[in-house]
Design a protein around this ligand. Structure first.
Ligand code: PRP
Ligand code: ZN
Length: 303
């Protein structure tokens, strides 16, 4: 143990969004990896109690800089925020520093170009000489360059959607999830620049020592949690002669476990299904001879 090393460096620190779309799913995913925290009164820093992994609750847009500065080791943030941050660095001649460690499968949205409802959209060339408001200047500039279009990028940190009505811009480039915000502002999405979801973000290079081990442990548990996120464990009984009609109804199941009960002809089966286990499916299984069907949630898996 190096006594000059500050204690904080022996703990892993993860930044997550304090409030907003990613806040709740990020917490529940980390909790499903066995992390538990003590919340402080200001609720910005949560001390990890079950593992030496602490949380910092921040604005999502601040997460890349916190990682780049080494204030936090990892972060749960939209891929769009991460790519924009690296794009800004590269545009100013610096090295990219971030790596997407894991895609997390929630918070899906897209960065889209949207124009006022009245426009007769004919393609990107129509943007030549126009002003486009965005909080994503690097991603937008990259896209414009790829389209060979020369347009003016108007940087706004928020309320991008009202820029055309205020006369600040002719079009916008913003995140779209449900599409409600665009519709409410009489804007129509006409092109997708970037598909996004929440990711576990970290530095390109990993860590040393204890933090490397903690990050590895976390990623292993994340893989286990993500793998079974939408999975269900299905339990039922059936007579052996019904197997040929039952197994085709479980195409998404990992090799079902079949146990013999009650002599040789009665079986107990358990199957981990990765697809949706709907009522319809249960009814089909019952018609095919399954009895005592039970559906259980799965919290994790360690292969
Ligand atoms: C985005 C975007 C829009 C809204 C679109 O903001 O800037 O305002 O979501 O969502 P909708 O298509 O479902 O209406 P976000 O909530 O990510 O907040 P932030 O950009 O301020 O972090
Ligand atoms: Zn944000």
């Amino acid at each position: 143990m190096n006594p000059t090393k500050p204690a904080a460096r022996d703990r892993l620190r993860i930044a997550i969004q304090k409030s907003g779309r990613l806040a709740e799913p990020a917490r529940s995913l980390l909790a499903s990896c066995g992390l538990g925290w003590r919340e402080s009164r200001d609720r910005l820093f949560c001390y990890g109690e079950t593992l030496p992994v602490d949380l910092l609750l921040v604005r999502d847009d601040d997460i890349p800089a916190l990682i780049a500065d080494g204030v936090c080791d990892l972060g749960v943030v939209g891929r769009n925020v991460l790519s924009e941050a690296d794009g800004v660095r590269v545009a100013s001649g610096r090295r990219p520093v971030f790596r997407e460690w894991r895609a997390l499968g929630f918070g899906g949205c897209r960065l889209a170009l949207a124009v006022p409802e009245g426009w007769d959209w004919k393609g990107p060339q129509q943007l030549a000489g126009k002003r486009i408001a965005t909080s994503y200047p690097a991603l937008l500039s990259q896209w414009l360059a790829a389209q060979g279009v020369d347009a003016e990028v108007v940087l706004l940190s928020g309320s991008v959607e009202i820029a055309p009505r205020l006369g600040q811009a002719d079009a916008v480039c913003d995140l779209v999830s449900s599409g409600a915000t665009l519709a409410a502002n009489q804007l129509v999405p006409v092109a997708t620049l970037f598909e996004s979801e929440a990711v576990l973000a970290g530095p390109v290079e990993g860590f040393d020592g204890v933090r490397a081990e903690l990050a590895e442990l976390l990623c292993r548990r994340l893989d286990g949690a993500l793998r079974v996120r939408h999975s269900k464990l299905l339990l039922f009984q059936a007579s052996r002669d019904r197997l040929p009609s039952l197994l085709p109804l479980l195409p998404d199941a990992e090799a079902p476990t079949v146990m013999r009960i009650d002599g040789v002809d009665q079986l107990a089966l358990q199957a981990l299904c990765h697809g949706a286990v709907t009522w319809q499916r249960l009814e089909d299984l019952k018609s095919a001879g399954a009895r005592g069907l039970m559906v259980l949630p799965v919290e994790g898996m360690l292969a």
